[in-house]
Design a protein around this ligand. Structure first.
Ligand code: AKB
Length: 313
């Protein structure tokens, strides 16, 4: 299943997902076969070969692919929902042109497999909010969401037209203790743990009853590696698969943290990210992922909170 001949390139390896993904893939393929690329060095990945790379530079990307004989690319460089709204033109450019550059490499047969993450941000205010289906109304209202929705269509198009083996998951908000999130609307669910341990209090930028789907990073990394390694015929959706994760509100996660830290106090001061959160689903139906490639998550809210506090403490 893990062919040691494969060479992996992770673009955006210094981000929240990239660091953990690089560490896991290094265990499977060996560090020297997992190349970490980003616009600046990544000290925690010092065992992996590093390439300073801007994914918008197609020639530089091709040079890195040829230099290392790369077979699989995980493209993680992107601007997320909150920073995307502050810099819409650059978000569109980075999120779309980066994807085109990688899909073109696959079309031209320089690489054999592509992973590209999508997000619950593909859904919008007109999408059914509870148990959101795989196929439903999608009218995203953020630039990030629009770029992810368009990206899904492009992935499917490259697969149908040119046979590009591209695979994708719609991540919920991701919660891990090894790396920091940056620029997302779901970031509160990581910050809350750091603040609870350090200051015993947290001011949340979403309101107390804002339910959103979230997932432990371990589950997300496992899902990513699983979908990249199932036989191609099992990957029936070449846009992107729904993943459910765990749905909870800031109030519910705070209550769970209080079971470990009774003095913990949460206050609420919603900002512009509230409107983004209000446009997203509260819970997700992941039955296609379960059926097509056997996906099953491990964590629930209780085990997630326990795991985060233990590791961060
Ligand atoms: C964000 O909040 O923008 C991301 C996402 C849900 O894709 N974490």
């Amino acid at each position: 299943m893990y062919n040691k001949e494969d060479k992996i390139l992770i673009i955006g390896a210094g981000g929240q997902i990239g660091i953990e993904l690089a560490q896991e893939l290094s265990l499977l393929y060996g560090s020297s076969n997992v190349i970490a690329a980003d616009v600046k060095p990544i000290p925690v990945l010092s065992n992996n070969p590093f390439e300073k790379l801007d994914v918008l530079d197609k020639d530089a990307l091709l040079n890195v692919v040829k230099k290392h004989g790369v077979s699989h690319v995980y493209l993680l460089a992107a601007l997320l929902s909150a920073t995307g709204e502050q810099n819409p033109m650059f978000a569109w450019k980075l999120n779309m042109e980066g994807l085109f550059n990688v899909l073109e490499l696959a079309k031209e047969k320089h690489i054999t497999k592509v992973y590209w993450p999508s997000s619950i941000a593909v859904f919008g205010p007109t999408t059914p909010k509870v148990n959101t289906p795989q196929y439903t109304v999608m009218e995203p209202s953020t630039i990030y969401g629009i770029s992810k929705q368009a990206g899904e269509r492009w992935c499917e198009w490259y697969h149908n037209k040119f046979g590009v083996d591209v695979r994708s998951l719609r991540y919920p908000g991701l919660i891990g203790w090894k790396s920091a999130p940056g620029g997302g609307t779901t970031d509160y669910a990581v910050h809350i743990f750091h603040e609870a341990l350090k200051n015993k209090s947290y001011e949340c930028f979403l309101s107390e009853n804002t339910a959103l789907p979230m997932m432990h990073m371990e589950d997300a990394i496992r899902a990513t590696i699983e979908i990249m390694h199932v036989p191609a015929e099992n990957v029936k959706i070449r846009g992107s698969y729904n993943l459910a994760g765990i749905s909870f509100t800031p109030k519910e996660i705070a209550e769970e943290i209080k079971k470990h830290i009774p003095e913990f106090n949460i206050t609420y001061k919603p900002d512009f990210r509230q409107q983004i959160a209000d446009s997203w689903p509260q819970s997700i139906d992941e039955s296609y992922a379960q059926k097509d490639w056997g996906w099953k998550q491990n964590y629930n809210l209780i085990t997630l909170v326990d795991n985060m506090l233990q590791n961060l403490a």
